[in-house]
Design a protein around this ligand. Structure first.
Ligand SMILES: [Zn+2]
Length: 454
């Protein structure tokens, strides 16, 4: 531990803050929050520096719990436009099969940078493409996240049910169960940090019922239990998927999940839209968490998650931007606004407040990842924070600053801190040339399209 890491700083008198009893700000020491300062008060702890936050809205760092970073290479892709999930996937699988290691690296760097600038401090990625040239995909992602200093939960995705066995993906992107399980074990041993304040964690994530064999689901669940890591998958995203499960397994999605030993509080699901009342109760009782992905669900016309019924039943709700071919952005603060508005269509405005959206993206998302050291501005938690200024035309004339951030449509944070270190200052990632990154990334995206069309 260097002396720099033990610097203490008072983030003083925020314009607004999403935290209890902290209107006078917070004191950070090293990588943790050590004191909450009440309105008009001064810290009891000593501090080395002051950051004047009087023109900033302070949030706990936002936590994204579902993404596919590589999809930033196929945004607004001509052959995938205006389609729903299955035809959309089929038109993209054959493109994604050509992704090269350097393309995955730059797409990970871009997605993480975009998330960071939108106030996200922890991101989970669901990478499930392992064609022969990409067998080290998760290693590549871990390296990129470490370079940026972002907290990540990299989920080792997998596909084992190809077209020839009745699955959706082409054979070129599926692996055998043995390959998948041994690589999963290797990645857990190499990268998974189970300690408080962990920067890199691994979870296991077979892709979806229509791309994974039953035995892989079962054995992945036992591997996760053996190493105490979390389980993640897509479930109940579309009616096509429900029909697939009924035809292939003779079971609805939740019965299928139960049959493979996944109904537990170790599991969080992406989407979780098409559940009936009994299924919602069952999921809640088992403590299965749900990552709501509003933009993607609207873009692919998949449906609207039953967030409040799931919460009432006992499930935790978090948020995710989903992959950048179905969002097509990776903007976390913008996703909160989408979640709030989409859920209002189902439940009305009074039940879906801006505070609820903030909770989903912070405490809720942290719980989905099995973390209690992040997602909240309180004493002893990691110092992960996102600061936004209301100095753009869109905010002028607003009165409640915390509400304004979502209602007026914030897009970009001014400062972001991860583990007590500033990563974004004045709206820029420290040490990152954005135009150079765009040039490298868009070059990789063009090259991918050429390979796919060759
Ligand atoms: Zn997804």
């Amino acid at each position: 531990m260097t002396s720099i890491n033990q610097t203490s700083i008072w983030i003083k008198n925020p314009l607004a803050i999403f935290a209890e009893n902290s209107d006078g700000g917070v004191v950070i020491k090293g990588q943790k929050i050590i004191e909450l300062v009440p309105l008009g008060g001064s810290p009891v702890s000593s501090f080395d520096e002051i950051y004047d936050a009087s023109d900033s809205v302070v949030l706990p760092g936002l936590i994204n719990t579902h993404h596919h970073f590589y999809q930033t290479l196929t945004r607004a892709y001509p052959e995938a436009l205006n389609k729903e999930l299955f035809p959309w996937l089929k038109s993209l699988y054959k493109v994604w099969a050509h992704i090269q290691p350097e393309m995955l690296a730059v797409s990970t760097e871009l997605a993480l940078s975009e998330l960071l600038l939108s106030g996200c401090t922890t991101a989970s990625d669901h990478h499930y493409l392992f064609p022969s040239q990409l067998e080290n995909a998760i290693d590549i992602q871990a390296e990129e996240a470490q370079k940026l200093g972002m907290r990540v939960v990299l989920t080792r995705g997998s596909m084992s049910l190809g077209e020839k066995d009745g699955g959706l993906p082409p054979q070129s992107v599926v692996q055998t169960k043995e390959q998948i399980l041994s690589d999963s074990e290797r990645l857990i041993k190499t990268y998974h940090d189970s300690q408080e304040g962990a920067m890199t964690q691994i979870a296991l994530a077979p892709c979806s019922p229509f791309s994974v064999t039953t035995d892989l689901m079962i054995e992945t669940a036992s591997l996760a239990q053996q190493y105490d890591v979390r389980l993640h998958t897509h479930l109940a995203e579309t009616i096509d998927e429900e029909n697939f499960c009924l035809e292939k397994f003779g079971l609805r999605t939740v019965d299928y999940l139960e049959s493979v030993g996944w109904l537990s509080n170790r599991t969080w699901l992406a989407h979780g839209i098409h559940f009936n009342k009994e299924e919602i109760k069952k999921l809640g009782r088992s403590g299965v968490g749900i990552c709501h992905c509003p933009s993607s669900n609207m873009m692919l016309a998949s449906g609207i998650c039953h967030s409040l019924e799931l919460e009432e039943a006992g499930s935790i709700i978090g948020l995710g931007v989903d992959g950048s071919a179905s969002n097509d952005g990776s903007n976390m603060i913008a996703e909160l606004r989408q979640a709030m508005y989409l859920q209002r269509l189902r439940y009305g405005a009074s039940k879906i407040t801006h505070q609820k959206a903030y909770n989903w993206a912070t405490k809720g998302s942290a719980a989905l990842l099995g973390r209690n050291d992040i997602g909240e501005i309180s004493i002893g938690k990691q110092a992960d924070m996102a600061l936004f200024k209301l100095d753009e035309l869109r905010f002028s004339g607003s009165h409640d600053s915390l509400a304004a951030l979502l209602l007026c449509g914030a897009q970009k944070s001014d400062r972001v801190m991860i583990a007590g270190q500033w990563k974004v200052v004045d709206g820029k990632i420290i040490g990152k040339d954005e135009s150079e990154l765009i040039s490298r990334h868009s070059g990789a995206a063009k090259k991918l399209r050429q390979l796919a069309n060759a």
